[in-house]
Design a binder for this molecule. Structure first.
Ligand SMILES: O=C(CO)[C@H](O)[C@H](O)COP(=O)(O)O
Length: 305
């Protein structure tokens, strides 16, 4: 089968290779001419010549997806298929599907998990769209997914793929946070003599073995106290959308929301909220505060009311 692939970065570049390894033709396009097979989107579409609907997979940062969808809507023909494999917000899928449907172009949303290891291990795929459309793309999904029984779901209509991926990522936040908190306690308590060794021992036989645990062990092998990196964690939206969806459905989500808020806390040099707590403790109990007492001696004595 023939596929156009837009975006050949960390994910798209390896996906092109895995699809080619399975014997398909991929015409990839990227801003970087050194890795691109076509000079622009029009050139890429022109190079898709097989007797089939043209199928174009978008694998670009979320901010760039709308522009690519709009350009493709002018380049493709009725019956052709666009797949959005980025980490899009699931509510954007119906809007993009409707935009393309105006020109009878079909749309599939596909959450992709596997990161930089996907070339080797395969990518777990969660897609949404009409069954007939998903069936056309199936050879490409088969090429990308891990070998074996699992790693693919046609989750439902348009939007269901990214909704599934969003919840997957929310769970990812919660699992990572739990390992991270356990790591901090082990480091702080100084009871377990070799923390990386304890984590490594959990990789087999335990209830908490997982790939994320394997990855943490790999990081601790390289840097046993994680001294080379700062405790600063970004987010790209998936955790926020998961918590927002939980609110929409009144679903209690204490672990995932705590994991999300822990990331926000990681970005603060100092905590305005904890300053407020320290100030109130000082007000009601004359409890000592850190930092400000040197500059303002009034903090050293309990205020009189
Ligand atoms: O989808 C992924 C993994 O499954 C991406 O790595 C994603 O970036 C993770 O989300 P966040 O950046 O918010 O941690």
């Amino acid at each position: 089968m023939e596929l156009g692939l837009v975006g050949l970065g960390k994910m798209g570049g390896n996906m092109r290779q895995r699809i080619r390894n399975a014997g398909h033709t991929v015409v990839g396009v990227d801003h970087n001419p050194d890795i691109s097979d076509a000079k622009d989107l029009a050139d890429m579409v022109g190079k898709l010549t097989a007797d089939q609907p043209k199928v174009v997979w978008i694998m670009v940062p979320v901010q760039a997806i709308d522009a690519v969808v709009t350009e493709l809507s002018d380049l493709l023909s009725p019956g052709d298929i666009v797949i959005d494999g980025g980490n899009s917000r699931w509510t954007d899928d119906t809007r993009r599907a409707a935009q393309l449907a105006e020109k009878d172009i079909r749309f599939v949303d596909c959450g992709v998990s596997g990161g930089v290891w996907g070339l080797e291990n395969g990518y777990a795929l969660m897609c949404g769209g009409d069954k007939d459309t998903v069936d056309v793309v199936m050879p490409i999904f088969e090429a990308l997914k891990p070998e074996g029984e699992f790693g693919f779901v046609h989750a439902g209509k348009v939007g269901a793929g990214h909704f599934s991926k969003m919840v997957h990522n929310g769970i990812e936040y919660g699992i990572m946070q739990a390992y991270a908190e356990g790591y901090e306690l082990l480091e702080a308590a100084d009871v377990v003599e070799n923390v990386p060794e304890a984590f490594e021992s959990w990789r087999e036989g335990t209830v908490i073995r997982s790939w994320l645990l394997d990855l943490l062990v790999a990081s601790l092998k390289d840097d046993s106290h994680l001294a080379k990196i700062r405790g600063y964690a970004d987010d790209s939206g998936e955790g926020r959308w998961t918590v927002e969806a939980a609110i929409d459905h009144a679903v209690p989500m204490p672990a995932i929301s705590a994991a999300l808020f822990a990331r926000f806390a990681s970005r603060q040099e100092d905590s305005p909220a904890m300053k407020a707590i320290a100030a109130m403790r000082n007000q009601f109990g004359g409890h000592a505060v850190k930092g400000a007492e040197a500059a303002d001696p009034s903090y050293a004595t309990p205020p009189k009311h």
